[in-house]
Design a protein. Sequence first.
Length: 172
Amino acid sequence: MKLKRWPELHSFLSTCFSDGDAGVDANADLRAAESFASSAPLARRQGVAAQGRALLSDPDFPLEELGTEANRWFGDTGEARDWLKSVLGVIESSLAGESAEGSVQVKDSNGAVLSEGDTVQVIKDLKVRGGSSDLKRGTTIKKIHLIDDPEAIECRVEGSTLVLKTCFLKKV
């Protein structure tokens, strides 16, 4: 059960590759990977790609388990690694294409580009829903986290995780 260490990759292999495609068409696996790359959320594709790279670098490559989960029979470890590299290549190319064409920049209230881990300052008193205290103007927030929404960031303030609109923040 070595493949269970990579849950995203395990789920991808067991759901995207069916028995019916095995050996029928050499490009069926690549089409299945393209279908996954076009429909899966960005975070899931990134997880599968990262876990696939980790599996490829594992010296104790789980050949039997990979074949079972992907519904494929591999003659040796080299063949399995080549197959996995080609499938991951499709997914990684979709990630590279997306970051090049659709990279969304997150900007603060002044138009400065925000990046992961930046420090920002609140420019207006904000009421925190479900919280006992409000965020006062001038509060400094360190180590922000960018999310899929270009108009919001995620951060931790006083032990609570908050999602804040970028129009109420300025980069420090």
